[in-house]
Design a binder for this molecule. Structure first.
Ligand code: IMP
Length: 416
């Protein structure tokens, strides 16, 4: 599979890290095309747990790891990860990626506080404000780190406006030009050797017949354009984002693997039709260890939602699916699966509502599948578990090629 995109098919935290890590073993290059340190990939192997937020996890397997132009980069996080993992593989950073600056974090936090009950529930890592500056064409890019004079000038121009905003609108601390400039000059020293033309590197790798993995952060329903706006992230995780975020033509992509949990979780606010009522929700959360990698927040838990997954198939063009954490459902005697939504006008639909009010007010219609009530082994799935997987395949018209049956890297079943 020369060029493969891996995308979260739900609201994130589907266990993409593990699937990416598995497929990275067979790849030469692993890229991230959007997002920033709001992602959190947990990889467990060799008895160690690694939590990586910024660098593609392929670096752990000695691969070329790339952060593309569509990413936003927090240099503090990146430098710490390079200190920990930088010597394990080759790392390249697009000069066109945007930098998360200290004021982006301050604005993200202050604006969430100000929104109060209406908050988005962001990771507070400065993602939205950094992408907003990019769209407003006042962002500071990685390539600005290459010239200390330009870097200082850009920080000065930005601070002239941001400090006013922080002080007068949000009533929080402002930033000092010298402090920020010297902090970022320090990061610049460390990051300069990694800045590269990543679009060209990927293009050449593909021309040379190498395997390239494009790892989406966050997930389909958090997509800025097609997700459950405004409870979304500020970039495009969907598969086509790989082409724009890296800088290659969409026709270079061969395979698109959607990663879906065997149930659903969501962090942050927003409608969630198949959310499970208490106390079963808490039970599933404990069984699945559903607490955020980055924020430690409790994840909201729901039954598998095939309406939302069908939408993800449409948006991404999945060629196959990886269904993760099937083992977490092993103790349930019956497992509801949402197959349609009941809309406020009384009609039923298998399609994701195009209008937000319909989505806010729809009710899930479930089919209840039989549970298997036994641990999953590495050989063969019990009949009821196999039926669960086949039910998903039939409903979506997409083969499930991988099934996650445990937390460790090896505990994935490949299906032909
Ligand atoms: P932001 O990306 O920090 O701006 O957060 C926007 C929304 O995306 C919030 O609902 C977050 O909880 C959610 N989000 C961002 N990154 C992740 C992730 O890696 N997993 C799950 N949700 C995420």
């Amino acid at each position: 599979m020369p060029a493969t995109v891996i995308v979260g098919a739900q609201w994130g935290d589907e266990g993409k890290g593990k699937i990416v890590d598995l497929l990275a073993q067979e790849s030469d290059v692993v890229c991230r095309y959007q997002g920033g340190p709001n992602a959190g990939h947990t990889i467990i192997f060799g008895g160690e747990t690694h939590k990586i937020r910024q660098i593609p996890t392929g670096i752990l397997s000695g691969k070329t790891a790339i952060l593309g132009a569509g990413c936003v980069v927090d240099p503090e996080v990146l430098v710490a990860e390079l200190d920990a993992y930088g010597d394990r593989g080759r790392f390249c950073l697009s000069g066109n990626a945007h930098l998360i600056m200290p004021w982006h974090l301050a604005i993200d936090q202050a604006s969430e506080r100000r929104l109060g009950k209406l908050q988005i529930g962001t990771t507070r890592r400065g993602i939205g404000p950094a992408y907003a500056d990019k769209a407003s064409r006042i962002g500071i890019r990685v390539q600005d780190l290459l010239d200390p004079k330009i870097l200082r000038q850009k920080i000065e121009v930005a601070l002239a406006e941001k400090n006013l905003w922080l002080e007068r609108v949000y009533e929080v601390e402002t930033f000092d030009l010298d402090d920020v400039a010297s902090l970022y000059e320090g990061y610049a020293q460390r990051l300069r050797p990694y800045v590269a033309d990543t679009s060209l590197i990927v293009d050449e790798a593909l021309r040379d017949g190498k395997s390239v993995l494009f790892e989406g952060a966050q997930a389909t329903l958090l997509d800025l354009d097609h997700g459950t706006y405004p409870f979304v992230t500020s970039s495009n995780p969907i598969a086509s984002g790989a082409a724009t975020g890296i800088g290659i033509g969409p026709n270079r992509i061969d395979e698109i693997i959607g990663v879906a949990k065997a149930y659903v979780t969501r962090v942050g606010e927003g409608p969630f039709p198949s959310e499970i009522p208490s106390p079963v929700q808490e039970e599933l959360r404990e069984l699945g260890g559903e607490f955020g990698t980055v924020t430690g927040r409790e994840r909201r838990c729901g039954w598998l939602d095939l309406v939302a997954l069908r939408y993800a198939v449409r948006l991404n063009g999945f060629t196959s699916l990886a269904l993760t954490k099937l083992d977490v459902l092993s103790t349930f005697a019956e497992i509801p699966v949402c197959v349609r939504y009941l809309l406020p006008d009384g009609s039923e639909t298998p399609h994701f509502p195009a209008h937000q009010s319909d989505f806010h007010h729809c009710r899930p219609i479930y089919e209840t599948l039989e549970g298997w009530e036994e641990p999953l082994s590495d050989d063969e799935l019990p009949d009821a578990a196999r039926h669960y997987v086949e039910f998903v395949e039939q409903a979506l018209g997409v083969p499930v090629s991988l099934v996650g049956i445990g937390a460790e890297r090896e505990r994935v079943l490949a299906r032909s």
